[in-house]
Write a protein of this length. Structure first.
Length: 269
Protein backbone atom coordinates (compact mmCIF):
# COMPACT_ATOMS: atom_id res chain seq x y z
CA UNK A 1 0.00 0.00 0.00
CA UNK A 2 1.31 3.44 -0.84
CA UNK A 3 2.43 5.68 1.98
CA UNK A 4 0.21 8.55 0.79
CA UNK A 5 -2.88 6.36 0.88
CA UNK A 6 -1.87 5.03 4.29
CA UNK A 7 -1.56 8.55 5.68
CA UNK A 8 -4.90 9.60 4.21
CA UNK A 9 -6.69 6.67 5.83
CA UNK A 10 -4.97 6.93 9.19
CA UNK A 11 -5.72 10.65 9.29
CA UNK A 12 -9.37 9.61 9.32
CA UNK A 13 -9.37 6.55 11.59
CA UNK A 14 -6.14 7.07 13.51
CA UNK A 15 -4.34 3.85 14.45
CA UNK A 16 -7.47 1.95 15.50
CA UNK A 17 -6.68 -1.55 14.29
CA UNK A 18 -10.17 -2.96 13.60
CA UNK A 19 -11.05 0.03 11.41
CA UNK A 20 -7.71 -0.14 9.59
CA UNK A 21 -8.14 -3.85 8.89
CA UNK A 22 -11.69 -3.33 7.62
CA UNK A 23 -10.54 -0.59 5.27
CA UNK A 24 -7.51 -2.63 4.18
CA UNK A 25 -9.75 -5.38 2.83
CA UNK A 26 -11.54 -2.78 0.70
CA UNK A 27 -8.59 -0.78 -0.63
CA UNK A 28 -6.11 -3.69 -0.85
CA UNK A 29 -7.82 -6.69 -2.51
CA UNK A 30 -5.55 -9.50 -3.60
CA UNK A 31 -4.53 -8.99 -7.26
CA UNK A 32 -6.12 -11.64 -9.48
CA UNK A 33 -2.81 -12.86 -10.89
CA UNK A 34 -1.32 -13.31 -7.42
CA UNK A 35 -4.46 -15.00 -6.18
CA UNK A 36 -4.31 -17.63 -8.94
CA UNK A 37 -0.66 -18.43 -8.32
CA UNK A 38 -1.10 -18.61 -4.55
CA UNK A 39 -4.19 -20.81 -4.68
CA UNK A 40 -2.33 -23.33 -6.81
CA UNK A 41 0.46 -23.71 -4.24
CA UNK A 42 -1.18 -23.03 -0.88
CA UNK A 43 -0.04 -26.41 0.39
CA UNK A 44 3.55 -25.10 0.33
CA UNK A 45 4.92 -23.25 3.35
CA UNK A 46 6.83 -20.85 1.09
CA UNK A 47 3.57 -19.77 -0.56
CA UNK A 48 1.95 -19.21 2.82
CA UNK A 49 4.91 -17.06 3.84
CA UNK A 50 4.77 -15.03 0.65
CA UNK A 51 1.04 -14.39 0.90
CA UNK A 52 1.22 -13.79 4.65
CA UNK A 53 3.90 -11.17 4.09
CA UNK A 54 1.77 -9.51 1.38
CA UNK A 55 -1.24 -9.43 3.70
CA UNK A 56 0.85 -7.94 6.50
CA UNK A 57 2.25 -5.24 4.22
CA UNK A 58 -1.33 -4.26 3.34
CA UNK A 59 -2.49 -4.03 6.96
CA UNK A 60 -4.55 -7.22 6.66
CA UNK A 61 -3.12 -8.68 9.84
CA UNK A 62 -5.64 -11.39 10.64
CA UNK A 63 -5.30 -12.77 7.13
CA UNK A 64 -1.53 -12.70 7.63
CA UNK A 65 -1.90 -14.55 10.94
CA UNK A 66 -3.72 -17.39 9.19
CA UNK A 67 -0.99 -17.83 6.60
CA UNK A 68 1.92 -17.59 9.04
CA UNK A 69 0.23 -20.08 11.36
CA UNK A 70 -0.04 -22.50 8.42
CA UNK A 71 3.61 -21.97 7.45
CA UNK A 72 4.69 -22.40 11.07
CA UNK A 73 2.90 -25.74 11.36
CA UNK A 74 4.54 -27.03 8.18
CA UNK A 75 8.09 -25.70 8.52
CA UNK A 76 8.69 -23.88 11.81
CA UNK A 77 11.55 -21.37 11.73
CA UNK A 78 12.46 -18.65 14.20
CA UNK A 79 11.90 -16.02 11.51
CA UNK A 80 8.36 -17.22 10.86
CA UNK A 81 7.93 -17.50 14.59
CA UNK A 82 8.97 -13.89 15.04
CA UNK A 83 6.61 -12.65 12.32
CA UNK A 84 3.74 -14.62 13.86
CA UNK A 85 4.55 -13.43 17.39
CA UNK A 86 4.47 -9.81 16.21
CA UNK A 87 1.16 -10.32 14.47
CA UNK A 88 -0.42 -12.09 17.44
CA UNK A 89 0.74 -9.52 19.98
CA UNK A 90 -0.32 -6.63 17.73
CA UNK A 91 -3.58 -7.84 16.22
CA UNK A 92 -4.32 -11.21 17.79
CA UNK A 93 -4.94 -12.14 21.41
CA UNK A 94 -2.63 -12.47 24.39
CA UNK A 95 -3.72 -16.08 24.80
CA UNK A 96 -2.71 -16.95 21.22
CA UNK A 97 0.59 -15.14 21.68
CA UNK A 98 1.39 -16.96 24.92
CA UNK A 99 0.64 -20.35 23.36
CA UNK A 100 2.93 -19.50 20.46
CA UNK A 101 5.80 -18.24 22.63
CA UNK A 102 5.63 -21.41 24.74
CA UNK A 103 5.89 -23.53 21.58
CA UNK A 104 8.87 -21.48 20.36
CA UNK A 105 10.72 -21.89 23.66
CA UNK A 106 10.09 -25.62 23.68
CA UNK A 107 11.50 -25.98 20.17
CA UNK A 108 14.59 -23.74 20.53
CA UNK A 109 15.44 -23.91 24.23
CA UNK A 110 18.59 -25.94 23.48
CA UNK A 111 19.80 -24.07 20.39
CA UNK A 112 23.49 -23.23 20.13
CA UNK A 113 22.97 -20.66 17.37
CA UNK A 114 23.21 -17.06 18.56
CA UNK A 115 20.85 -15.63 15.95
CA UNK A 116 18.25 -18.32 16.59
CA UNK A 117 18.59 -17.63 20.31
CA UNK A 118 18.06 -13.90 19.80
CA UNK A 119 14.92 -14.44 17.75
CA UNK A 120 13.48 -17.07 20.08
CA UNK A 121 14.12 -14.92 23.15
CA UNK A 122 12.61 -11.85 21.50
CA UNK A 123 9.51 -13.85 20.62
CA UNK A 124 9.13 -14.84 24.27
CA UNK A 125 9.53 -11.29 25.64
CA UNK A 126 7.13 -9.19 23.53
CA UNK A 127 4.56 -9.57 26.30
CA UNK A 128 5.43 -10.44 29.93
CA UNK A 129 6.62 -14.05 30.08
CA UNK A 130 5.55 -15.29 33.52
CA UNK A 131 4.27 -18.54 31.96
CA UNK A 132 7.72 -19.51 30.66
CA UNK A 133 10.61 -21.30 32.41
CA UNK A 134 12.98 -18.56 33.65
CA UNK A 135 16.03 -20.84 33.50
CA UNK A 136 15.43 -21.55 29.82
CA UNK A 137 15.02 -17.85 29.07
CA UNK A 138 18.20 -17.06 31.01
CA UNK A 139 20.15 -19.54 28.90
CA UNK A 140 18.94 -17.93 25.67
CA UNK A 141 19.77 -14.49 27.06
CA UNK A 142 23.36 -15.50 27.81
CA UNK A 143 23.77 -16.99 24.35
CA UNK A 144 22.26 -13.91 22.68
CA UNK A 145 24.97 -11.53 23.92
CA UNK A 146 27.73 -14.02 24.63
CA UNK A 147 29.37 -14.04 21.23
CA UNK A 148 31.37 -11.65 19.08
CA UNK A 149 30.25 -8.05 19.70
CA UNK A 150 31.31 -7.18 16.15
CA UNK A 151 28.56 -9.32 14.64
CA UNK A 152 26.47 -7.34 12.14
CA UNK A 153 23.29 -7.91 14.14
CA UNK A 154 24.79 -7.36 17.61
CA UNK A 155 22.80 -4.16 18.13
CA UNK A 156 19.65 -6.29 17.96
CA UNK A 157 21.19 -8.77 20.40
CA UNK A 158 21.80 -5.96 22.89
CA UNK A 159 18.24 -4.75 22.47
CA UNK A 160 16.85 -8.23 23.09
CA UNK A 161 19.02 -8.62 26.18
CA UNK A 162 17.88 -5.19 27.42
CA UNK A 163 14.26 -6.31 27.11
CA UNK A 164 15.14 -9.52 28.96
CA UNK A 165 16.80 -7.47 31.72
CA UNK A 166 13.67 -5.35 32.04
CA UNK A 167 11.34 -8.36 32.14
CA UNK A 168 13.46 -9.98 34.87
CA UNK A 169 13.80 -6.88 37.02
CA UNK A 170 17.37 -5.81 36.22
CA UNK A 171 16.34 -2.27 35.34
CA UNK A 172 19.84 -0.77 35.50
CA UNK A 173 21.11 -3.45 33.13
CA UNK A 174 18.19 -2.78 30.80
CA UNK A 175 19.04 0.93 30.61
CA UNK A 176 22.72 0.23 29.96
CA UNK A 177 22.07 -2.31 27.21
CA UNK A 178 19.30 -0.29 25.58
CA UNK A 179 21.67 2.66 25.29
CA UNK A 180 24.44 0.39 23.98
CA UNK A 181 22.10 -1.03 21.34
CA UNK A 182 21.37 2.50 20.09
CA UNK A 183 25.08 3.17 19.80
CA UNK A 184 25.58 -0.06 17.87
CA UNK A 185 22.64 0.86 15.65
CA UNK A 186 24.31 4.10 14.62
CA UNK A 187 27.17 2.02 13.22
CA UNK A 188 24.86 -0.29 11.27
CA UNK A 189 23.85 0.23 7.66
CA UNK A 190 20.98 2.70 7.58
CA UNK A 191 20.96 3.15 11.38
CA UNK A 192 17.68 1.18 11.59
CA UNK A 193 14.98 3.50 12.97
CA UNK A 194 13.14 0.48 14.37
CA UNK A 195 16.16 -0.41 16.50
CA UNK A 196 16.47 3.17 17.72
CA UNK A 197 12.75 3.37 18.55
CA UNK A 198 12.74 0.05 20.37
CA UNK A 199 15.84 0.95 22.36
CA UNK A 200 14.24 4.21 23.51
CA UNK A 201 11.08 2.33 24.50
CA UNK A 202 12.92 -0.30 26.55
CA UNK A 203 14.96 2.44 28.22
CA UNK A 204 11.74 4.29 29.05
CA UNK A 205 10.20 1.16 30.57
CA UNK A 206 13.27 0.49 32.69
CA UNK A 207 13.70 4.08 33.86
CA UNK A 208 10.03 4.31 34.77
CA UNK A 209 10.39 1.07 36.76
CA UNK A 210 13.28 2.73 38.61
CA UNK A 211 11.11 5.76 39.36
CA UNK A 212 13.16 8.05 37.09
CA UNK A 213 10.19 9.74 35.50
CA UNK A 214 11.89 12.59 33.64
CA UNK A 215 14.39 10.48 31.65
CA UNK A 216 11.68 7.85 31.16
CA UNK A 217 9.38 10.41 29.58
CA UNK A 218 12.20 11.86 27.48
CA UNK A 219 13.07 8.42 26.10
CA UNK A 220 9.43 7.73 25.32
CA UNK A 221 9.10 11.06 23.53
CA UNK A 222 12.16 10.22 21.43
CA UNK A 223 10.51 6.95 20.46
CA UNK A 224 7.26 8.74 19.66
CA UNK A 225 9.04 10.91 17.09
CA UNK A 226 10.21 7.80 15.25
CA UNK A 227 6.80 6.12 15.52
CA UNK A 228 4.77 9.19 14.56
CA UNK A 229 4.33 8.29 10.90
CA UNK A 230 4.40 4.51 11.25
CA UNK A 231 1.38 2.26 11.12
CA UNK A 232 2.67 -1.25 10.36
CA UNK A 233 1.47 -2.45 6.99
CA UNK A 234 0.22 0.97 5.95
CA UNK A 235 3.29 3.08 5.42
CA UNK A 236 5.11 1.28 2.63
CA UNK A 237 7.92 -0.04 4.81
CA UNK A 238 9.19 -3.59 4.50
CA UNK A 239 10.03 -4.16 8.18
CA UNK A 240 6.44 -4.28 9.38
CA UNK A 241 7.24 -6.89 12.04
CA UNK A 242 9.75 -4.61 13.79
CA UNK A 243 7.33 -1.69 13.70
CA UNK A 244 4.61 -3.91 15.15
CA UNK A 245 6.88 -4.85 18.03
CA UNK A 246 7.71 -1.19 18.58
CA UNK A 247 4.03 -0.21 18.70
CA UNK A 248 3.18 -3.03 21.14
CA UNK A 249 5.98 -2.08 23.53
CA UNK A 250 5.24 1.63 23.14
CA UNK A 251 1.70 1.05 24.37
CA UNK A 252 3.12 -0.83 27.35
CA UNK A 253 5.49 2.05 28.08
CA UNK A 254 2.67 4.58 27.85
CA UNK A 255 0.64 2.57 30.35
CA UNK A 256 3.67 2.25 32.62
CA UNK A 257 4.03 6.02 32.78
CA UNK A 258 0.61 6.14 34.43
CA UNK A 259 1.27 3.28 36.86
CA UNK A 260 3.33 3.10 40.09
CA UNK A 261 7.01 2.23 39.59
CA UNK A 262 7.82 -1.48 39.75
CA UNK A 263 9.99 -3.06 42.42
CA UNK A 264 13.35 -4.39 41.24
CA UNK A 265 13.60 -8.17 41.20
CA UNK A 266 16.63 -10.37 41.49
CA UNK A 267 17.61 -11.27 37.90
CA UNK A 268 17.31 -14.92 36.95
CA UNK A 269 20.61 -16.82 37.46
Amino acid sequence: MSRNLAYAVTAIVGSRRPEIEALAEIVSPVPADKQRVWEEKLQEASTRRERGNWYAEQGRWRDAIGDYQAAWKQEPTTMDGLYLAGLLSYAGTAEQYHEHSAAVLQQWEATQDELEAERALKICLILPASHLDPAKLARLAELTTGGDPNRSFYGWCLLCRALYDYRTGDFAGAVTRAQASREKGRLMAGNPPTLQALAYIVESLARRAQGDDTPARQALESAAVLLADSVPGWDGRDVWHDWQLAHVLYQEAQSAMNAPPASPKKPAP
